[in-house]
Design a protein around this ligand. Structure first.
Ligand SMILES: NC(=O)c1ccc[n+]([C@@H]2O[C@H](COP(=O)([O-])OP(=O)(O)OC[C@H]3O[C@@H](n4cnc5c(N)ncnc54)[C@H](O)[C@@H]3O)[C@@H](O)[C@H]2O)c1
Length: 439
């Protein structure tokens, strides 16, 4: 990778995007190779005894994606699972047996999981509204925790968890893996490198089909999910907050329910979730961001455009929920002399791309395994999860009140203080790229 120096000429500063992608891929492949047990059965207790042992709470759609990623990476083994739903347990066991791995213990009580001395780390993959309660039930173990996004459904619970993470004796890593999608890893690195100069505008969009079926359909109800922008879009507000490198100051949004689940009800309760929105965020450092969500599209399309005073970067992904249709990613950096000026196909090789959410889940697990082994990693923190939720929540509040929401004023009115030490992510307190890359 090309070293960055503020004294370099422009062309020297611009790293080869292909070179960076190759490094990202080979790093992942190397970390997979490093921990490969002698036996093909990565989950076998004897051969994998030197790898950390995980227990998973919640083996629905996402819990099973984690099982597949862990089995593929072979950096850890899964010694036990717990889920309230027999169907989810059976489907999880099939993930092991069908891929030739030893099935883990199935706990019938959560206490059996927390009392299992073999367990080195705990993954919480239950629905959003349960995260705080499940965290509280396992925190006495003081073991490293992986907690799915969004951390919570309310601002109060998000602040509670972020504060709890500061005094928790082990690491808590959040499931915000979109930042490891190929196009976003390269985009974040290019932006960080100063390739587009001082960031001024961020534009993000997601077009996709409707919410998928869930166990007890929790994602069709704002009270259980936190609302569409919190539940689904915290990933994008996480990205936007990272790129803006500041805190949201004002949020204006318009959105609602146009097409999906308008006649849907579950156990007599009518669905109330939004399926589209337009969100504008003004950051405290003057960066402007916008986000578009559409959930009644046939296929998936994600686009990020970031404009700075040196040029514009675009990071895109096309994907599908339909079997047999892979994803493709591309990055374009319209800065004179940039190696990605005409666009660069950065789709991961298929062995990675198929590894859950187009490969990003594998990168997240490499980071979690490092944390479990006592090393540092740049995985998402609870403070980052908190500010992603705050940004999303303010957008929902703007839709509800049809007003521009002043973030600090609203938090003060609600009696909430997420500004304490450790609660503002370091990345959001960075000097602007004007200050770091004068030219
Ligand atoms: N990072 C991502 O991109 C991503 C993608 C999808 C889902 N998620 C998140 O993962 C979590 C799970 O979502 P999902 O799609 O797997 O939902 P799901 O409905 O498919 O699975 C949830 C599972 O949790 C179980 N469960 C519920 N309460 C429980 C409890 N108290 N103890 C044990 N098990 C319990 C349910 O029985 C179910 O099997 C959610 O927080 C969701 O937002 C993240």
């Amino acid at each position: 990778m090309v070293a960055v120096s503020r004294h370099c000429t422009r062309i020297e500063v611009i790293a080869s995007v292909k070179e960076q992608l190759d490094i990202i891929i080979s790093d992942l492949q190397a970390s997979m190779g490093r921990h490969t047990p002698k036996s093909a059965n990565a989950n076998e207790s004897e051969t994998g005894a030197s790898t950390p042992a995980y227990a998973i709470i919640g083996t629905g759609m996402m819990g099973r994606e984690h099982i597949r990623a862990i089995l593929q990476l072979k950096q850890a083994r899964i010694v036990g699972i717990f889920d309230e739903d027999a169907g989810s347990v059976n489907r999880a066991i099939r993930e092991f047996t069908q891929s030739g791995h030893e099935a883990p213990a199935v706990y019938t009580e959560l206490d059996d999981l927390t009392n299992d001395d073999r367990v080195d780390a705990i993954l919480i993959c239950t629905p959003n509204f349960t995260h705080r309660q499940v965290f509280d039930a396992v925190k006495h173990t003081e073991k490293p925790i992986f907690l799915e996004k969004p951390m919570a459904t309310t601002l109060e619970d998000a602040i509670y968890l972020a504060e709890a993470s500061l005094s928790y004796p082990s690491s808590i890593l959040l499931g915000m893996q979109y930042r490891y999608k190929s196009q976003y890893q390269l985009a974040l690195s290019a932006i960080n490198n100063g390739d587009v100069g001082s960031v001024k505008m961020i534009s993000l969009c997601e077009y996709r089909p409707a919410f998928l079926p869930k166990v007890k359909e929790w994602n069709k109800f704002a009270i259980y999910s936190g609302g569409t922008l919190v539940e689904k879009c915290c990933h994008y507000f996480d990205l936007m907050n990272r790129i803006a490198a500041s805190l949201p100051a004002h949020v204006f949004a318009s959105g609602g329910r146009a097409v999906n689940f308008k006649d849907f009800s579950y156990e007599g309760q009518a669905s109330d979730i939004d399926d589209h929105a337009l969100v504008i965020v003004e950051y405290e450092n003057g960066v402007r961001g916008q986000f578009t969500l559409n959930m009644f599209s046939e296929e998936l399309y994600e686009g990020l455009t970031v404009s700075g005073d040196r040029g514009t970067l675009r990071a895109e992904e096309q994907a599908s929920f339909k079997p047999g249709r892979g994803s493709s990613s591309k990055i374009t950096v319209e800065v004179p002399g940039h190696t990605a000026y005409d666009g660069f196909d950065c789709t991961f090789p298929s062995a990675i791309e198929s590894g859950g959410h187009y490969g990003s889940t594998l990168f997240e697990h490499v980071r979690f395994a490092k944390r479990v082994q006592g090393q540092q990693s740049d995985g998402a923190s609870c403070a980052e999860g908190l500010w992603a939720i705050i940004t999303a929540w303010m957008a929902q509040e703007s839709i509800r009140t049809n007003t521009v929401v002043d973030v600090r004023e609203t938090l003060a009115r609600l009696g909430l203080d997420p500004f304490g030490e450790g609660l503002i992510p370091e990345i959001n307190q960075r000097p602007t790229s004007d200050e770091t890359n004068p030219s």
